[in-house]
Design a binder for this molecule. Structure first.
Ligand code: GDP
Ligand code: CA
Length: 346
């Protein structure tokens, strides 16, 4: 076990979209209100976000997880949907449909399109995704929004999750579709036979990512999807090794509560990679750093308390606490519990 991380000057969080963003909101609230041990409003939070959900659509580069984190922390998110802009309108989508332009199942809101236009123009002018993200965040992640969070894409290279599904009409009996098609068009309602992360092996971490992990006082895996959010970040060559080498403790929170995910499709993704759908199995899947894995501590929900001994046997610190992000205070308490789990002596 690494030395105590307190005081917390720097925290790095490896995040997907909605689950990660909600956790970050609670963490920041906890830092501001003093409930996170060793933390304060001055604690610097760096988010390394998954970019393997990204895709090009109607000529625009869309980065769902980066935008969900950015809009959520910048108070521009549609809170009910959990993604996209609040007070959104859909005229462009309706017009595209009137032209018969496919795909019609992926909705881009009018306000959201402005973000994608800025991003796409900057990329086409030669800026990297990191530079574009920094530029977009100048609007959203300011002290005026109560947070001075730094948001980094996991990589500036194109990495895309594709899902193999059964397809009796195809000669191979399979089709491989983009993650967005699996999730948005098919609602993850058909089994995923395999998860293929295209471009991952050749990708390099974006500038600042490795240093954010090795120079942090604490690294957190929020309750994001372990396969297509955190898994894809860890799969970028160099990131797993940085996590393993970091002097900071690494702590995670389970996105599986009881026998399923809370939202989304983590259950389908875990099944496709052969991991049992339980909070304990996900902790064991990440594994203890002392045994070749990437985490030191793992929080499960109170109703999964029976999983704690199994996690401890695997070399992890583990504890069962309420893990439902039902509001800022509840989520801040989760962040505080995560810090406490790995901060003190064993
Ligand atoms: P996505 O990229 O939008 O799918 O978001 P993430 O990967 O960051 O997070 C998705 C995960 O968050 C899902 O697997 C959910 O089970 C998990 N999640 C959402 N809400 C909660 C919650 O209140 N508690 C816990 N423990 N997990 C949650
Ligand atoms: Ca995502």
């Amino acid at each position: 076990m690494p030395s105590s991380p307190l005081p917390l000057r720097r925290i790095t969080v490896l995040s997907g979209g909605v689950g990660g963003a909600r956790f970050l909101q609670g963490l920041l609230h906890g830092l501001r209100t003093g409930v996170v041990p060793g933390g304060s409003a001055d604690t610097e939070v760096t988010v390394v976000a998954n970019t393997a959900d990204d895709w090009w659509i109607h000529g625009l580069k869309v980065c769902p997880d980066l935008d969900t984190v950015m809009y959520t922390l910048g108070e521009g998110i549609d809170v009910e949907r959990g993604w996209g802009r609040r007070e959104e309108t859909w005229s462009a989508k309706t017009e595209l449909e009137a032209y018969g332009v496919e795909p019609t199942w992926f909705g881009l809101g009018d306000r959201d399109i402005a973000t994608h236009l800025v991003r796409t123009q900057m990329l086409e002018a030669g800026f990297t995704l990191s530079q574009v993200t920094e530029a977009l965040c100048r609007r959203w992640l300011t002290p005026a929004h109560g947070s001075s969070v730094r948001l980094l894409p996991m990589s500036d290279d194109r990495v895309e999750t594709h899902i193999a599904i059964a397809d009796p009409d195809s000669a191979s009996g399979r089709s491989v579709i983009h993650f967005q098609e699996y999730w948005v068009r098919l609602r993850a309602a058909v089994p995923a036979e395999a998860v293929l992360v295209v471009g991952q092996d050749a990708a390099t971490p974006a500038p600042g990512v490795l240093a954010a992990i090795t120079e942090a006082d604490l690294v957190v895996l929020p309750p994001s999807n372990p396969v297509v959010s955190v898994g894809t970040i860890l799969g970028v060559p160099g990131i797993r090794d940085a996590l393993r080498a970091s002097a900071a403790p690494v702590v995670g929170l389970s996105p599986i509560v009881g026998d399923s995910h809370v939202h989304g499709m983590a259950s389908q993704m875990l099944t496709s990679i052969g991991v049992e759908v339980s909070a304990g199995a996900v902790g064991v899947h990440y594994g203890a750093r002392s045994a070749g894995g990437v985490i030191d501590g793992w929080l499960v929900d109170s109703r999964d308390a029976a999983q704690v001994p199994r996690l401890e046997q695997a070399g992890l610190r583990a504890q069962a606490v309420p893990l439902m992000m039902s509001g800022l205070d509840a989520t801040a308490a989760m962040a505080a519990a995560a810090v406490s789990l790995v901060a003190g002596p064993a």
